[in-house]
Write a new protein. Structure first.
Length: 155
């Protein structure tokens, strides 16, 4: 764990508030200890609900590495990741995550994502935002095509 990088994410979060962004900052560091991705929360600035600090940092790091995986990298973030970023971190196959503030601090600051975690555990028909399965004919075709495709890039 690099204290300088950890502190830097918190400072990025503070600076981002002053620039009217959300109070979050994140950094991706490669196996050489070099910063290859940085991000601050720009959801309201860019009208992008997915523009969380971690997502921004992961996108930049993947561009820098020209790869969709960051398996030799670690993520430093000013706050414990939300469910969306949690998923992105797993998809990116990051090695480890260091976070400063925890979920309860984020909730006290007005960023409560506990209800998303609760929603995820409910059966789809009991969620506040309904997810309805449609048993469409041919709905498995995309996966059949994927399995058959000889030159696919697995991930
Ligand atoms: Zn997030």
């Amino acid at each position: 764990m690099n204290t300088t990088y950890m502190n830097q994410t918190v400072q990025m979060a503070i600076d981002n508030v002053k620039k009217n962004g959300g109070p979050f900052g994140a950094i991706v560091v490669d196996h050489n200890g070099k910063i290859i991705g940085k991000g601050a929360n720009v959801v309201t600035k860019t009208n992008d609900p997915t523009a969380h600090a971690e997502i921004q940092a992961i996108r930049q790091a993947c561009q820098a590495k020209e790869s969709f995986q960051l398996s030799d990298c670690v993520l430093y973030t000013s706050c414990e990741p939300c469910p969306m970023c949690f998923g992105a971190i797993y998809w990116a196959k990051l090695q480890k995550v260091y976070y400063a503030a925890d979920q309860t601090m984020a909730a006290a600051g007005g960023f409560d994502d506990a209800y998303i975690y609760e929603e995820m555990q409910k059966p789809s028909h009991e969620r506040q935002l309904p997810f309805q399965e449609i048993p469409l004919e041919g709905r498995n075709r995309p996966f059949e095509e994927w399995k058959k495709h000889p030159d696919k890039t697995e991930y």
